[in-house]
Design a protein around this ligand. Structure first.
Ligand code: ATP
Ligand code: MG
Ligand code: FE
Length: 336
């Protein structure tokens, strides 16, 4: 089964051809990062317009790179939520048009199901059940993947997402957008023990997260130094902040692995490409004697190959969407 997958939920216009959910035949991503950098974050209206400009070209490239035509495509998969409504609509309208014209099944996919499914691409042996920590620009979810398409959310962030915290702290120390990769790099030159930042634990909700207090602590630390006329070391801030994030993510994930008796653990989403998080999780999983899975960086941040992987398993489960498929900006994981 060859699936043409389309992703346009935020600031990446992406298309891919994926065979049987795990073999990526092409993966084309047109990123708008340079455009949004000017504003320090994604501007929704600009994102929608750019998606419209790029989408046909990106799909054509994906077909060409895969060495196929639409005649070889068996189904169209598309992200229909969550995300920016105007951005999502571009992909959804395009997918519906192609599926309608070519009489192909249409499979709407949840963006986070896509991030989780990115792990299937390079790990042919990985099958549910497993536990997955999703850490992206808009989500921090600890998810039990009970079966393909069957998810139980064990915990989530109460405020900022992990990626959002990275981006905000990066802005505070003058690194610019997107901050995650820049903090990752700068942290390597800093001392992670230099500053003690708080690690939030939420009473009665062991798998929930909170990052806004940590973000405020970093801002307060910087303001404090400035008030006292002292200089501060951005690399130490980056390393200490990152340690606080990674420690909490590792602790909570491993506690859940223990409680749910899981022997497989995966990470997903843009922050899953963070080197300290990968190292921390790898070490913790080794100590526990469980298998650890993570996607290559290109499959961590937004891409359409992960949507193709997710769409395949939805397709097998019989998920089909009609011509009334709409963008759902606040779509819940597991909803159809
Ligand atoms: P969502 O998937 O929740 O809708 P999104 O699609 O915008 O949000 P992703 O593309 O999954 O998010 O990830 C982008 C986020 O990942 C950004 O916040 C970015 O700073 C962060 N990120 C990317 N690389 C790294 C890294 N190496 N270290 C830390 N954070 C990173
Ligand atoms: Mg993005
Ligand atoms: Fe994403």
């Amino acid at each position: 089964i060859n699936i043409l997958a389309i992703e346009s939920s935020c600031d990446e216009t992406a298309a891919a051809v994926v065979n049987n959910g795990r073999e990526v035949r092409s993966n084309v991503i047109s990123s708008q990062i340079e455009l949004h950098k000017l504003y320090g974050g994604v501007v929704p209206e600009i994102a929608s317009r750019k998606h419209i400009e790029k989408i046909n070209q990106v799909i054509e490239e994906a077909l060409k790179e895969a060495g196929v035509t639409l005649d070889d495509i068996d189904a169209v998969g598309v992200t229909y939520g969550p995300g920016l409504v105007g951005a999502l609509l571009v992909g959804v309208a395009e997918a519906k048009a192609i599926a309608y014209a070519r009489k192909l099944p249409l499979v709407g996919v949840h963006h986070i199901e896509g991030h989780i499914s990115a792990n299937y691409i390079e790990h042919p042996e990985l099958e549910p059940p497993f536990l997955c920590l999703v850490v992206s620009g808009g989500h921090t979810h600890l998810v039990c993947v009970k079966d393909y398409g069957k998810y139980e959310i064990l915990g989530r962030t109460r405020d900022d997402a992990a990626g959002e915290a990275y981006d905000k702290v990066a802005r505070a120390i003058g690194l610019g957008y997107p901050g995650g990769p820049k903090i990752d790099r700068l942290a390597k030159e800093g001392n992670a023990e230099a500053i003690k930042f708080p690690k939030a634990h939420i009473e009665g909700a062991p798998y929930d997260f909170s990052f806004s207090g940590l973000k405020s602590a970093v801002l307060n630390y910087i303001n404090g130094c400035q008030m006292k006329g002292e200089s501060y070391n951005p690399a130490d801030i980056a390393a200490s902040f990152q340690k606080a994030v990674v420690d909490v993510l590792v602790e909570k994930s491993m506690a859940a692995v223990e409680e749910y008796g899981m022997n497989k653990f995966a990470i997903a989403g843009g922050v899953a490409s963070n080197s300290a998080l990968r190292e921390g999780m790898k070490k913790a999983c080794e100590e526990k004697g469980i298998a650890f899975y993570y996607p290559s960086p290109i499959y961590c941040t937004d891409n359409a190959a992960m949507i193709g992987a997710a769409a395949y398993y939805e397709y097998l489960a019989g998920t089909r969407h009609g011509w009334d498929l709409n963008a759902v900006p606040n779509l819940k994981l597991g909803e159809r």
